[in-house]
Ligand binder design. Structure first.
Ligand code: FPP
Length: 238
């Protein structure tokens, strides 16, 4: 039977619960992140097969620097490995990769592999995969505001040019549609400074599954829940 569900074009995910997943198994938190990275790869493929066009995941927040050095290092190494080893798979599956967030604080070699993967996959026309690294929505908005202020000071823009559209076009997600659905795993129900501007009209879906255990069935459940919601964008249903 044909799938008659509406598939959200853009799904964003807060991948929470890695640490608790590991603790429950007597493993170090970093083992939870490593398993979480495997889940990322599987869910990207599942999302692609289901017809999702854009997937955006929160891999490292501006606040995550305050975690123990060893955990920060381990997360950076997972991202490093991902950037260095994903090119062939992206080519095969026609995946386009973009990193959102302030890259300037990352190690030079990581920045170079991100730039390389973004450049090499820029022409791919399949699913678009955004990874948020050193990302905070308030930081992203503040950076856009500073750009606008500089342009006004330089006489290139009038304050009235700083419209909602201008702001959207100067966020890290410029050119991407806003997420239709936000999924947060791990049982907490918060946005945690993720895509604050872009999530204005998104449906929010929370589940208890820890991210390392999140699988295709969980993604299907989130899509089903999305289909049960009525999206009104502030209007009324006739
Ligand atoms: C939150 O769980 C998760 C993170 C801070 C890191 C998420 C990163 C990954 C899954 C790796 C990303 C890899 C790629 C390839 C994109 P937590 O540690 O806060 O869990 P807890 O709430 O149970 O402690």
């Amino acid at each position: 039977m044909a799938d008659e569900r509406k598939i959200p074009a853009h799904v964003a995910i807060i991948m929470d619960g890695n640490g608790r997943w590991a603790k429950k198994r007597g493993l170090p938190r970093t083992a939870g992140h490593a398993q979480g990275a495997r889940t990322v790869e599987k869910i990207l493929e599942d999302a692609d097969h289901m017809g999702i066009r854009y997937l955006t995941v929160y891999a490292f927040s501006t606040e995550n620097w305050s975690r123990p050095d060893s955990e920060v290092k381990s997360l950076m190494n997972l991202l490093r490995t991902y950037m260095k080893t994903s090119l062939a798979k992206c080519a095969k599956n026609n995946v386009r990769i973009r990193v959102i967030g302030d890259k300037s604080r990352l190690d030079d070699d990581l920045i170079r592999s991100i730039d390389n993967l973004e450049r090499e996959t820029a022409g791919n026309t399949g699913i678009s995969f955004q990874i948020a690294i050193n990302y905070g929505a308030r930081d992203e908005i503040a950076r856009a505001v500073r750009k606008g202020a500089e342009a006004v000071r330089a006489g290139e823009l009038d304050p009235s040019d700083l419209t909602e559209e201008w702001i959207s076009d100067h966020l890290d997600t410029a050119g991407l549609p806003d997420p239709d659905l936000l999924i947060r795993t791990g049982g907490e129900q918060r946005i945690s400074n993720f895509l604050l501007w872009q999530l204005a009209y998104a449906e929010l879906y929370y589940c208890d599954t820890a991210w390392p255990d999140f699988d295709k069935e969980d993604l299907e459940k989130a899509i089903d829940a999305f289909n049960r919601r009525e999206r009104r964008y502030g209007g009324v249903i006739e």
